[in-house]
Design a protein around this ligand. Structure first.
Ligand SMILES: N[C@@H](CCC(=O)N[C@@H](CS)C(=O)NCC(=O)O)C(=O)O
Length: 203
């Protein structure tokens, strides 16, 4: 299998960390690719028409995207029901948690693009604040839940760990831990897993 990724990408990290959790990393060749919404990578577009990472080419030659599909594919390849509970409340809880963490990342990445790519004169402060509100409310929700997670680690926890690691990487000055002690304590444990320590975001 081939995985298109870039070192800072939290969504690509989801796929890389899932592969490690599932014992599949050795079967994946990682291909580094540069993407940015203002510079469409036309060569990569031939593999993923959305021109986003991650994308995974299976051994059968099918290209899968996005991170949610790739992670669930890897889970199935590893026998199933490892990161994605098979059914019942546990499944909906894990998928909802994944959506929460993906949503934190979506809002955070839109802010990152606005701040890093859009010319300063064209920035829209209310829009930036609206995205930040989503990040804060998402983190507050995780804070209320984190005390009950123990050492469970499903796709929702994995995604949240990627999101928190990315916030530390891109927006450390926001100090998300400041008002969220339960989430901070959880992340201190989750972030120590090999799947996390082997995939830190890098510039
Ligand atoms: N929902 C997608 C989001 C992927 C995504 O936004 N990836 C970013 C990098 S972290 C990207 O490729 N951005 C390029 C662009 O937006 O053009 C997923 O879960 O894979």
């Amino acid at each position: 299998m081939k995985l298109w990724y870039s070192p800072p990408s939290p969504f690509a990290r989801k796929a890389r960390a899932a592969a490690i959790e599932l014992g599949l990393a050795g079967r994946i060749e990682e291909i580094r690719v540069a993407v940015a919404p203002n510079r469409p990578n036309e060569e990569f577009a031939r593999s993923n028409p959305l021109i986003k990472i991650p994308a995974l080419e299976t051994d059968a030659g099918t290209v899968l995207y996005d991170s949610r599909v790739i992670c669930e594919y890897l889970d199935a390849l590893a026998g199933g029901a490892r990161l994605f509970p098979a059914g019942g409340d546990a499944r909906w809880d894990a998928l909802r948690r994944q959506a929460l963490a993906d949503g934190i990342l979506d809002a955070g990445i839109l802010r990152r693009y606005e701040l890093a790519l859009r010319p300063e004169a064209l920035r829209w402060d209310e829009w930036l604040a609206g995205q930040q509100r989503k990040v804060e409310l998402g983190l507050d929700t995780a804070e209320r839940e984190a005390g009950g997670w123990g050492d469970a680690f499903d796709i929702g926890h994995l995604t949240l760990a990627c999101a928190l690691g990315w916030l530390d990487f891109r927006f450390a000055e926001q100090n998300w831990r400041g008002s969220r002690p339960a989430l901070a304590a959880w992340f201190a444990r989750a972030g120590a897993r090999p799947s996390m320590t082997q995939t830190p975001p890098q510039a």
